[in-house]
Design a binder for this molecule. Structure first.
Ligand SMILES: [Zn+2]
Length: 172
């Protein structure tokens, strides 16, 4: 597609020091969640549930790749990558990241995000809801390793687990 109007670039996030001298770079989580859940509602109305999930995953993935490039930066060592992610997730209020299992050889990981920006504190539902996060993690993993990853949320605050747990498997 050429002449796209909305192709993402990090510059679109703007100069917050200039633009918000009094309010700063933070906002309330309700505002973020309001936008995310309203998008989900409207997209589902237009495209159905499956397509909406696919779009959320894809959007999360692009965000993860941009986040890696612009915030995390090129890192070669897995432990340093995890440490930097943990620090950044905490500092930016995204969540508390832990790696439960890492098989670097096989490209197989289990990680948890507690106090997750997207879902922590939501009412109980009968499905995991962090599709955007799945994509986000897959984008981070792909940027770090150079390989594609399939990420699935297996436990969520919404399913009663009080933390989000993700499996990440390298695609072969
Ligand atoms: Zn979750």
């Amino acid at each position: 597609m050429k002449d796209r109007k909305y192709k993402f670039s990090w510059d679109l996030l703007g100069d917050l020091k200039l633009g918000r001298p009094n309010l700063g770079s933070s906002t309330r989580i309700e505002v973020y969640r309001l936008m995310q859940f309203i998008f989900r509602d409207v997209l589902e109305g237009h495209f159905g549930t499956e397509k909406t999930d696919q779009l959320f995953y894809e959007a999360g993935k692009l965000a993860g790749m941009e986040f890696y490039e612009n915030i995390i930066g090129q890192i070669d060592n897995f432990n340093e990558f995890v440490k930097k992610l943990q620090e950044t997730f905490r500092e930016m209020g995204i969540g508390i990241l832990r790696i439960e299992r890492a098989d670097i050889e096989k490209g197989s990981f289990v990680l948890t995000v507690s106090e997750d920006l997207d879902c922590s504190g939501l009412p109980d539902l009968d499905y995991e809801i962090c599709t955007y996060d799945e994509g986000f993690i897959s984008g981070l993993m792909e940027s770090f390793t150079g390989y594609k990853f399939r990420v699935k949320e297996v436990d969520c605050w919404c399913t009663g687990d009080r933390t989000c747990r993700f499996t990440a498997e390298m695609e072969k």
